[in-house]
Design a protein around this ligand. Structure first.
Ligand code: AP5
Length: 211
């Protein structure tokens, strides 16, 4: 089987990162994530392309979108060296979706569906391991190892205030991208509110059906 080219969509906290890690391992594809790429470059000077903010870190902490030209360049470079991939966090508006069309074809487009109340609970309880990048949740998925537990950090944009703004930005900009793929008849919907294992079983079935 050729390596699949997968696009995963969904609101902040829907479980895109959690499921993408499984897809990358199982299907032996690259996990291309604009969120991680921007966090790794959060001090980059982008004052020439933004009127209000100087760095991606400031924009992310406010819950707003980083300018298209910055994320388009990140994705274009990452895609140029990937045969199969799972693309997570991009496109986030219709202009980015148009840009992506010129960069690659897609084998599967799927979205994880989760209620707003659950999204807020997941994001405010999420913790990250700064050493491994692994994702945990204080209630749903706490680490078993005490050393790991002690070094967990909360993402700067997982505070209640920023989460509210991220969800507003999602409804305004990214929900229309999901509608776009739906109108084209290529969107696969997965119930993201099940256990991570059950979500994974559905995600895997959708991908295997498509490729
Ligand atoms: P980004 O990093 O992409 O964040 P996001 O899309 O908001 O998504 P998250 O990473 O918050 O959630 P997720 O869906 O991956 O959920 P996770 O698996 O972690 O973007 C951050 C910022 O960067 C943006 O706000 C923007 O500023 C900027 N940016 C990024 N891309 C951009 C672009 N293209 N254009 C412009 N700006 C861009 O799960 C969440 C929690 O729930 C975890 O604790 C997890 O353990 C738990 N969990 C997961 N699945 C389940 C389950 N089934 N049951 C119970 N708990 C679960």
């Amino acid at each position: 089987m050729a390596q699949p080219r997968i696009l995963i969509l969904g609101a902040p906290g829907a479980g895109k990162g959690t499921q993408s890690a499984r897809m990358a391992e199982h299907f032996d594809v690259e996990h291309i994530t604009t969120g991680d790429a921007l966090r790794a470059n959060k001090e980059m000077d982008i004052s020439d392309v933004h009127d209000e903010y100087d760095t991606p870190g400031e924009i992310m902490e406010a819950g707003e979108l980083v300018p298209d030209e910055v994320v388009n360049a990140i994705v274009e470079e990452a895609l140029s060296s990937a045969d199969g991939f799972v693309l997570d966090g991009y496109p986030r508006n219709r202009a980015q979706a148009e840009e992506l069309e010129g960069m690659t074809d897609l084998d599967v487009v799927l979205t994880l569906e989760v209620s707003e109340e659950e999204l807020i609970h997941r994001l405010t309880g999420r913790r990250m391991d700064p050493e491994t990048g692994d994702i945990y949740h204080l209630e749903y998925n706490p680490p078993e190892d005490e050393t790991v537990e002690e070094r967990l950090i909360q993402r700067d944009d997982d505070t209640e205030e920023t989460v509210t703004e991220r969800l507003r930005v999602y409804h305004e900009n990214t929900a229309p991208v999901i509608d776009l793929y739906d109108e084209r008849g290529v969107l696969e919907r997965v119930d993201g509110e099940q256990s991570p294992e059950d979500v994974w079983a559905d995600v895997q079935a959708v991908i295997e059906d498509a490729v």
